[in-house]
Design a protein around this ligand. Sequence first.
Ligand code: URA
Length: 246
Amino acid sequence: MKRTMRLDKLLAHTGFGSRSEIKLAVKRGAVTVNGRAVKDSGLQVDPERDEIVVDGEPAIYREFVYLMLNKPPGVVSATEDNRDRTVIDLVADQYGHMELFPVGRLDKDTEGLLLLTNDGKLAHRLLSPKKHVPKTYYAEVEGSVGEDDAKAFSAGVDIGDGYVTMPATLRVLDTPTATGLSRVELTIMEGKFHQVKRMFQAVGKKVVYLQRIAMGPLGLDKELALGAYRELDEGELALLKGEEES
Ligand code: URA
């Protein structure tokens, strides 16, 4: 495996500015590799072995970043959008240089757990329809959700175009309160467009609030306010990678 990479690429990826800014920094002698000022921003360096310093600050290179975001409503699960703010805009100040993307999609009005990463392989495997990575949602649904719905979901329901969902697990937390809403948790093993909303529609019910609370082995960190994010810790990452391999 190739270990070396261009110095300007490494520094751009580490948050030291654009490639042209880095070129200027190199020109003014601000960048040292193993203690020596370098003159060529295209120099090949080894991120694991070479000690790279910019204006006295060590450049610590990381290839991959894994963030857990508590997605707020009103932002779209995309990297760019002409109209709406994206989940990537939320983390841009800190991670704008890392080329992150969301692992799958939540609807604009859905809240909760969304992974952001630049690890394409991990994302691909987590999203692979063959892997059946479970996703759990908390939902508030108009009317009374009960045993009949749980039975229907565990058998599979037709959500349109003749598509019948895989068995899903419904847990009713409580049936209508003063608000007329049922509170439920639903675990699905696939990720069709608007799947949860369409499953309830298939049994004649309407989801009025939706939040993802788990994906695979990862639960939404309750300490994260809406719109807040943090890097996964090592344990979480190991769990996620275990899921990926299973
Ligand atoms: N199902 C939906 O209907 N919407 C989401 O955002 C996620 C799952």
